[in-house]
Ligand binder design. Sequence first.
Ligand SMILES: *Cc1c(COP(=O)(O)O)cnc(C)c1O
Length: 223
Amino acid sequence: MDAGLVAERVDEVRRRIARVATAPVSIVAVTKGFGPDAVAAARAVGLTDVGENFAQELVAKRREDEASGASALAWHFLGAIQTNKVRVLAPMVDCWQSVWREREAERIAVADPGATVLLQVGFASGAGRPGLSAEAVAALAIRATELGLRVEGLMAVAPRPPEEARAAFRTLRGLADQLGLPVRSMGMTEDLELAVAEGSTMVRVGRALFGDRPGREPRAASW
Ligand SMILES: *Cc1c(COP(=O)(O)O)cnc(C)c1O
């Protein structure tokens, strides 16, 4: 991983954000599928938040990063939450971004009391698609709060077609506002301008920082 190249790319991501932003937007560097060198590169360019989709990858990279003795990064878990992995992830995750089932919230509350979570809203129909329906968000926000979790916001992966993506981002923004939740985690490499224009406070960016992911594309991005 060429740290100089990553530095140029992070500048470009910041320019893309700045062209449309009206408020600060944080960047989560999505290192899934890349080696630990991507984490080191993110740190080297001054990013403080990294995101991973798979438990094993997150644990391995976080251990390696901490062994370097550098200051702690904030680790975001972005992937499907397997309830049997929650315990091993608990000491390793600073923000659970993809909570959408009550049993996930319950497990996290036990393994990681007071954890910071975002609730994932789903915008594609069909069984197996992750995320809450718009109607179900408020109930889980209340339940998770009762469980002692810090519900800081909402997260979504938008559908591809720009008009559908825009509508999804708008809906997420409206839901977050209704619930008084400050964090709106939306926008990735392909759609970050649209997301920021619609009120994202946090973009999750992988390929725009690190290039194409090596090997098989991990399950992602297209729901
Ligand atoms: C992979 C992934 C990202 C980053 O996607 P890029 O297209 O590489 O920017 C962001 N969020 C989630 C949930 C992902 O799975």
